[in-house]
Design a binder for this molecule. Structure first.
Ligand code: AMP
Ligand code: GLY
Length: 425
């Protein structure tokens, strides 16, 4: 099979790494890819949102299957365009991807289907939103309706912060169309958990539960980022909790989308807050999470091509998806200043040549080749994955390798998976 992966981050490197192990694959491409992906698959200089060019490439290169990493092309309707052209693609249609691209739509679906989530109201005018805020308990959460690269959520501790967030979104329109509407949402106090699931629109196969670390600094301090690290399986995702997530969240949402005429096909990501052992939805994403994918995919035993094909051909019920019993920890190395402004172009030292061992893997995110060297090219630069028979071993392996890699301004959190480790004893 000839496969095209779309995207350029650590998630896509993990996808390409896993696909490259499949005997079913004869040729792999990635668009646009990065300096790490290049070692496994030719990288095509087409941006992930350039749907017409991607379609032309898939046609001219006789691609049998396209796998979409990021949300932006899905929200723009890449799956619809490819299917119209009879090209096989793994990822939801624009309609189904609204579960991520419109938080107001997601809340409506959840309310109608009785899915546990934070109570919220939507507003498109500043006046009523501010009036509602004045009566709301603190902390309170203000969210832009649309895609804002993870920056559209403010957890406000004071009324002043909340008012500022509402004004920034509804009046100043800092995220343009994405903030034509806002949600004002109840604050949930608990532990976050990510459950991603493969689904063909009917059958749902959950992946191992994972936990992301969103804040930039140790001890969950500083601003939110795209993700500073992750581990899987997260002990918080007990069998009872996984069962509740399946019955109360995944099954009803997939069924609701089917009933609304937009069946979901691809990976559905449930971002959860676990409060008193009960799962509540913070958000749905219409694709795999990053960095969670970097910790979860190395633990997938089944050939990923088999899984993806079963989804695309609507026969996921006939496949047994298996996982390795190990644990994986991913530590993200970032550029100084991220998630704010940062500089790029610094040479990266100490990078392992190949991902030869299964014990540690290095997935590239913001990297590029410049002359003979690999240099930094983004905020999140690398994901270093340690794998082992338990959290302690996996974590130790990840950090040991992370410390051998250096570039100017390199930053990483030193407490990825630390809380879970101490909770496990
Ligand atoms: P979201 O993009 O909706 O997942 O929000 C980004 C982050 O904001 C989440 O990972 C949480 O850390 C936080 N957050 C979002 N909604 C809530 C909520 N209702 N209560 C507490 N924290 C929240
Ligand atoms: N790890 C959060 C996300 O992928 O959106």
């Amino acid at each position: 099979m000839r496969i095209l992966v779309i995207g350029s981050g650590g998630r896509e490197h993990a996808l390409v790494w896993k696909l490259a192990q499949s005997r079913r694959v004869s040729q792999l491409y990635c668009a646009p890819g990065n300096a790490g992906i290049e070692a496994l698959a030719p990288c095509v200089p087409i941006q992930a949102e350039a749907i017409a060019e991607l379609k032309a490439f898939a046609q001219s290169e006789r691609i049998d299957l396209t796998i979409v990493g990021p949300e932006a092309p899905l929200a723009l309707g890449i799956a619809d365009e490819f299917r119209k052209a009879k090209l096989k693609i793994f990822g939801p249609t624009k309609g189904a991807a609204r579960i991520e691209s419109s938080k107001v739509f997601a809340k409506e679906v959840m309310a109608a289907a009785g899915i546990p989530t934070a109570t919220a109201r939507s507003f498109d005018k500043v006046g009523p939103a501010l009036e509602y805020l004045d009566r709301h308990a603190l902390p309170v959460v203000v969210k832009a309706d649309g895609l804002a690269q993870g920056k559209g959520v403010v957890v406000a501790m004071t009324r002043e912060q909340a008012r500022q967030a509402v004004t920034d979104l509804l009046e100043k329109r800092i995220f343009g169309e994405a903030c034509r509407q806002v949600l004002i949402e109840e604050f949930l106090d608990g532990e976050e958990l990510t459950v991603m699931a493969f689904t063909d629109g009917k059958t749902i196969v959950p992946m191992l539960p994972a936990q992301d670390h969103k804040r930039v600094g140790d001890g969950d301090t500083g601003p939110n980022t795209g993700g500073m690290g992750a581990y899987a399986p997260a002990p918080l995702g007990t069998p009872a909790l996984r069962d509740a997530v399946m019955k109360q969240i995944l099954l009803p949402v997939v069924e609701a989308l089917l009933r609304r005429g937009c069946p979901f096909q691809g990976v559905l990501y449930a971002g959860l807050m676990v409060v008193n052992n009960r799962p509540y939805v913070l958000e749905f994403n219409a694709r795999m999470g990053d960095p969670e994918t970097q910790a979860v995919l190395p633990l997938l035993k089944t050939d990923l091509v088999e899984v993806v094909e079963a989804v695309v051909e609507h026969r996921l019920d006939q496949l047994a998806v298996e996982w390795h019993p190990d644990t994986a920890v991913c530590v993200v190395l970032t550029s100084a200043g991220y998630p704010g402004s940062y500089r790029t172009g610094f040479p990266i030292h100490g990078l392992p040549e190949h991902n030869a061992s299964d014990d540690t893997l290095v997935f590239h995110a913001g990297t590029k080749r410049q002359g003979g060297e690999i240099v930094t090219a983004g905020g999140r630069v690398l994901g270093v994955i340690g794998r082992g028979t338990g959290l302690a071993q996996a974590r130790d392996r990840a950090y040991r390798t992370a410390r051998t890699i250096s570039f100017e301004g390199c930053h990483f959190r030193t407490d990825i998976a630390a809380r879970a480790l101490s909770a496990c004893g």
